[in-house]
Design a protein around this ligand. Sequence first.
Ligand code: AMP
Ligand code: MG
Length: 663
Amino acid sequence: MSRKVFRKLASIEEALETLERHFNPHPIGSENTSLERAAGRVLAEHIAAPINIPPFDRAAVDGYAVRAEDTYGADEGRPRTLKVVGKVAAGDEPKFELASGEAVEISTGAPIPIGANAVVMFEHTWRENAHVNISKVSTPGENIIAAGSDIPVGERILRRGTLLTYRETAILAALGITHVPCFIKPKVAVLSTGDELKKPGEKLDYGQIYDVNSRMICDAVTSCGCEPIFMGLAKDDFAELTQKVSSSLKLCDVVVVSGGTSAGSEDLLYRVTENLGSLGVLVHGIAVKPGKPTMIGVVAGKPVFGLPGYPTSAMITFKILVQPTLRRMAGLKVEVESKTVDARIGEKIYSVAGCREYVPVSLTLAETGGYVAYPVLGGSGIITSISKADGIVEVPESVVILERGETVRVQLFSSELRPANLVIAGSYCVGVDLILDLMLESMPELNPRVINVGFSGGLVALSRGEADIAGVNIFNPDAEEYNLHCLKRYGLAGKIMLVRGYFRTQGLLLRKGNPKSVKSLEDLLDGKVSMINREPGSGARLILDHLLQRLANSKRLDLKEVTSKIIGYSIVAKSDIAVAMAVMRGTADVGLATETTANLYGLDFIPLAKESYDFAILKGRLTKPAVKLFVDTLGSEWFKSELPQKYPGLTPTEETGKMILTA
Ligand code: AMP
Ligand code: MG
């Protein structure tokens, strides 16, 4: 059968068309729903108003109900005097009829007595015993809300397909309606596959990760007006997955599985779906990045979606493929207006020809006005692209490069956009989080964005004006100093103020108890311990090489001769955390990282050197309130006393918070 040959990847449109040829998404019925349970449901029928709102003519203000004609000619100097014949409060039923020359005291919301056709506000009256003086002319109908003027009986007030929120339930309550026909919520089975998955709350063993997708997909299903049913985790096992998918098909109207769709996992879900019977798999692989390993099938008349395991990919493919089907089945309109903003691209984006690409971006406000969109890098495997992105940019199949400065439309993840008012780039340090915590105490509107791109990435961000502040730890071995000499290299001459941060102790990480009895750097040369290094160019590596050079000099050796004696010198990790993990697991005996990291992971530590972690700040931003507060907080006694207490290994100096150089 031709539909089971998957030579080429389907476009999104082809994939959806193929599905719709074999499965027509429509509501499965309706049920009478009580108003208390109606929020979040979708109306299955139009609703007409059964009563007038308001149901009677009503006073809009506190005052006197009168015949407008009785007030003609009245002014401050020549008030009209009327006889007060009674009083009506909200909820009263006036039993009398107003005659000419008479008035009735009335409160807001009370029914207008027969005979009256206007209400005079208290402000334009004064009372004398049984009479009231009126100092202003009224017109007929003034300050009266006529019956049915808000909603007349019979008006089509809510339409079929409306998602009921508190606004709609309020209208229904005003109309006295207690039950409404709602579409039956389609039941959607949600299943995660992967041997490595654990439920949040369970203990992770090595190699395991928490299941992200079930939570995300269940809540996304809810937002489509459907009822998610979590079917649990399935191992990468044909029999288990078959059993779970087939019980999902019995219980639910749609099945959404994540993981196990790619070639690497032997197309497990694909084979399971084919094996479960007609029709089987309809689409296998779509031309979307991220999201290529996506599967759509129909079994026993119900759609089975297989989304890629990577959370970002799963989120995007859910939105473009699953959401339209679910919304229709829930009785909602298909199109969801996602909120968009236009932004200029902050960093060139490369895309694959013939593939529709969805690039997560974070938005910042440009100094010149408007938004700038930066791609949140890290690929589809990184949860950061969900947590740090404000939205996504769709790059069409025909576009290969989006140039910096080009205007694009960004689809926002949420309807609220709060662009960052402080952007800190550069190498990451926990001390920065402490500064931000303290700043929040006096600046609740602070919305910082911390972009961890290493010191050189931070300086590039500054040179482009994309960040306000960059954390720097650049060692200059020739001058044996930090940060002062490096700024010119990044085209930042004249633009930067360097503010002194604090010291960070770099050293050797060892397993608890130091089983190999390492005492100094020199012990690494005796061939008995193995190490894990950091990559060349990193702050820690520059220090290590500097110290090794000294050691070499003292032994009258070349640096090369020394490093060749160290087992694992050329094995590098990309981050402090990766170093700590390697030491913890025993992949290496010794690692190069900060004392803070050693403490965080409960490892032993031998200090080697103190590096100066400083802040390069764009001069033009020093007057910006958040930047000013950052510098003040850094220099505060509060920060200086909290820092070493919270993070041993981070030590403030006399100069912390001082502007030490303008470069
Ligand atoms: P797969 O599609 O099964 O090949 O998975 C691709 C990647 O996504 C692997 O790194 C999985 O560990 C990861 N992954 C799969 N399912 C989940 C899930 N439910 N939550 C978080 N990560 C997942
Ligand atoms: Mg898997």
